[in-house]
Design a protein around this ligand. Structure first.
Ligand code: NAD
Length: 495
């Protein structure tokens, strides 16, 4: 065992980098702490420009071989990775829960099975991709007659993938799976607050048969390891999930090398509850926004309720939310675990205290909970232009505002700089159609929340992101499309 090998509740993780199919140490390390009880999980290799360059070189070296691997073989290996993930669901769940504090039962039953599904989905999609050949019959000076057009989806090269801590392996594999399926090689830089499942996954994928250098993992801090990766001139794609300020830094680095980059960013999504909605369903949707201790980019943190039902909605919401059990994320009975880091807790409380000082009223919560938890909070009497309504908190903090009619509901819903998602609760199909038409959001849910089919485009508008992932949209991003035009003339076998 190396000094970087650590054990989390019986599961061994090698926390060195994974470069070219080998474990690589760094001179420095950083300490990884569990949000559950503040215990030290271990020392993680702290990557610098040296390891970033080595990883890009490894990804470059492995690229021609992987790109030339027939699609069916690539798909077979990705299914083998999915099989291997399924066999290690328990280990991955235990490690992720200790590392980021999200519920163990969610990891076991929801998140990790989805990780496996990410590989199966993109492996299968790959085999259906690119039946785009067509024949030109248009007339005109530059157009052809009987010329065939063959569109090929060529892999782009080494891709840098940068991910956040709130759903570490799930978000990483949304990127890894399509990037690899497309024939690219990747370098993953996981978040420094939750680095472990990336390391464990590298071993699982290698054992499943993923060739050396096809997947590389560089651990370390954002500005250091991440910064070196996104500015490396041999990188062909950058896919980032995280905050708006970091996205702006990465966008500048990508621009310097003219590298296409995709950004999945934050949100301040609304939940619109109309008087004609199934009220119990609407209350359930609202309470669901506390999942993962509110650390969900898609969370509908602004509840907008039609004024005629606001009192009854608030009563039922309070009753339901007050019954949520907060505590150890390893316990089956726990509904809300701790927030990721003392700094995040500080940030959440800062938002809440400033809102209260500005005149907001806490219907529930408004203060810290036990340990590293924040009490589920609902704030009302908040102004549309206030910080608490406009800025992403990324904690279990919701605001409640009322509206008089559909126009006002839509105006409030759209009035932030974000546009990631929106949820509408209504019993009226025509209203649902009218309102969803007018909402600015990458995803709109009607009478549901968080349903995510990988066939659908996923991403945000405005400051919530640039680009879309999912199905063909992922391949669009990870491929260089090439059109080959062939003339019907000039063939020896046609005389
Ligand atoms: P963050 O921007 O601080 O960090 C994200 C990642 O970027 C980390 O791996 C970090 O190390 C790295 N990084 C930081 N600076 C960098 C730099 N200069 N160059 C390269 N990499 C750098 O975000 P976070 O706090 O980890 O995550 C929370 C944010 O992510 C929230 O805003 C949330 O809404 C967003 N998010 C969005 C989605 C989505 O799909 N839209 C999903 C999850 C989270």
């Amino acid at each position: 065992m190396s000094e970087h090998t650590l054990t989390v509740a019986g599961v061994t993780v090698d926390a060195r980098h994974w470069i070219g199919g080998e474990r690589v140490a760094s001179t420095d390390t950083f300490v990884d702490v569990s949000p559950i009880d503040g215990s030290v999980l271990g020392e993680i290799a702290r990557g610098t420009a040296t390891e970033a360059s080595a990883a890009v070189a490894a990804a470059r070296a492995a690229f021609p071989g992987w790109a030339a691997t027939p699609r069916a073989e690539r798909a077979r290996i990705l299914h083998a990775v999915a099989d291997a993930v399924e066999k290690r669901i328990e280990d991955l769940s235990i490690v992720e829960t200790h590392d980021n504090g999200a519920l163990l039962r969610s990891h076991r039953r929801g998140v990790m099975p989805r990780v496996a599904h990410n590989f199966r989905f993109f492996a299968d999609w790959l085999l259906r991709l690119g039946h785009d050949d067509f024949t030109t019959y248009t007339s005109g000076s530059a157009a052809g007659r009987g010329h065939t057009n063959h569109v090929s989806w060529d892999p782009a090269g080494p891709c840098v993938l940068i991910t956040p801590w709130n759903a570490p392996l799930m978000l990483a594999t949304w990127k890894i799976a399509p990037a690899l399926a497309a024939g690219n090689t990747v370098i993953l830089k996981p978040a420094e607050w939750s680095p472990l499942t990336a390391s464990l996954f590298a071993d699982i994928a290698a054992e499943a048969g993923l060739p050396a250098g096809v997947l590389n993992v560089v651990q370390g801090y954002g500005g250091e390891a991440g910064g070196a990766l996104v500015s490396h001139p041999d990188v062909r794609r950058i896919s980032f999930t995280g905050s708006v300020p970091t996205a702006k830094t990465i966008a500048a680095a990508a621009a310097a090398n003219l590298v296409p980059a995709s950004f999945e960013l934050g949100g301040k999504s609304p939940l619109l509850v109309f008087a004609d909605a199934d009220l119990d369903l609407a209350v359930d949707l609202a309470v669901e926004q506390y999942d993962n201790a509110g650390q969900v980019c898609l969370a509908a943190t602004r509840i907008l309720v039609e004024e005629t039902i606001a009192q009854e909605f608030t009563r039922r919401f309070t009753e339901k939310a007050s019954a949520l059990r907060q505590g150890d994320p390893r316990d089956e009975a726990t509904d809300i675990g701790p927030n990721i880091h003392p700094r995040q807790l500080e940030k959440i409380d800062g938002f809440v205290q400033r809102a209260l000082a500005a005149g907001a009223r806490a219907v529930i919560g408004g203060h810290r909970g036990e340990g590293q938890c924040y009490a589920p909070t609902l704030l009302t009497d908040v102004a549309q232009d206030s910080e608490i309504v406009q800025e992403e908190v990324f904690g279990p903090v919701l605001t409640l505002q009322t509206f008089a009619d559909e126009d006002e509901a839509v105006r409030l819903a759209n009035d932030t700089r974000f546009g990631l998602a929106a949820t509408v609760a209504t019993g009226d199909r025509e209203r649902a159609e009218r309102v969803t038409d007018r909402l600015v959001a990458g995803t709109v849910w009607v009478n549901c929340f968080f349903v995510r089919d990988l066939q659908a485009p996923f991403g945000g508008s405005r400051h919530s992101g640039v680009g879309r992932e999912g199905g063909t949209w992922s391949f669009d991003f990870y491929c260089d499309l090439k059109n080959t035009v062939t003339s019907p003339k000039g063939w020896r076998d046609h005389g």
